[in-house]
Design a protein around this ligand. Sequence first.
Ligand code: G6P
Length: 344
Amino acid sequence: DDAKKGGFEHYMLKEIYEQPQVFYNTIKALEKDSRLSMLRIPSEITVAACGTSYHASMAFRYLVQEYTTKRLSVELASEFKYYTPPVRDMVIGVTQSGETADTLAAIEAAKARNCPTLAVTNVLGSSITRSADWTVFMCAGPEISVAATKSFTAQLAVFMGMVNVMADGRFTEPLAHAHRSIERVLSTDLEAAVGLLGSATGMFYVGRGVFYPVALEGALKMKEISYIHAEGYAAGELKHGPFALLSTETPVVAICIPGQTYGVMLSNIKEMKARGAPIIGIGVEGDTEVESVVDVFVTVPEDHPMVQAVTVSVVLQLLAYHTANALCRDIDKPRNLAKSVTVE
Ligand code: G6P
């Protein structure tokens, strides 16, 4: 077992460190996949997924909305059966394992409505590959840790590669270099951030735009492996309830990256701070404005905003990992969780 961990203390950390290569491999494989040009055809796409795959799919939706003229909706696969989705041009089932019962059922439901189906999965020969019309593989390699890390990044790579096809190659350059930024954030010093979480029993992750699903995934990682109750929120929704919970006991991880959401995130941070919440701010290197309003400042390199969705995600995986490690949790096998959920 130790040999398979390649010198890392846990599979999760090993898998986090594999991500620059995984991102690179997945983007390269997609570039060679000429079938992807058929993605230019459908104007409406529905994506169904669960758990971490659902968060990656939500990020996909933001990217498609921002950079293409297509319409894309994302559904929890477990809710797909309770309403009749309109027949759209294509249904995509996203599942690392290829075995999640609800995601398989969503593909079957789409087929029953004569809708073309596409699987995005990490496992060759998995059930979803036999069910969907065609399959795109993520090149993550086997993921052992129950908490998904490199498979999430590989899904983001697949979706970014697809957006690149839909946008006629506009993002080829930033995607080709993304692995370098991912490599750099692996050595992020998170000691102060972990220290600030201290004995927290509840915390928030907030972001806007594509950083909203990134916040949801960050919170999920923290919940899964540290058992700290962490809630991901769209920053604009804080005033509609969660503000009542803010105090010196509820740390907030706030993602504040230059771009459309920057100014409003900065004022949200100040509002949360005024209510006493300790803030871990995630921003870009050299951003003294964010640094001056937060308690702990954690940075990612300047890069294309699409790539920053990946680098911030990796930093949040590391934050969950180091927090859980400090709490001596069973990181690779969290209580009550399974790697793949094959029942409804
Ligand atoms: C389980 C795993 C999660 C995963 C989810 C969906 O809950 O613990 O890490 O995100 O299933 O799995 P899938 O294989 O469909 O991506």
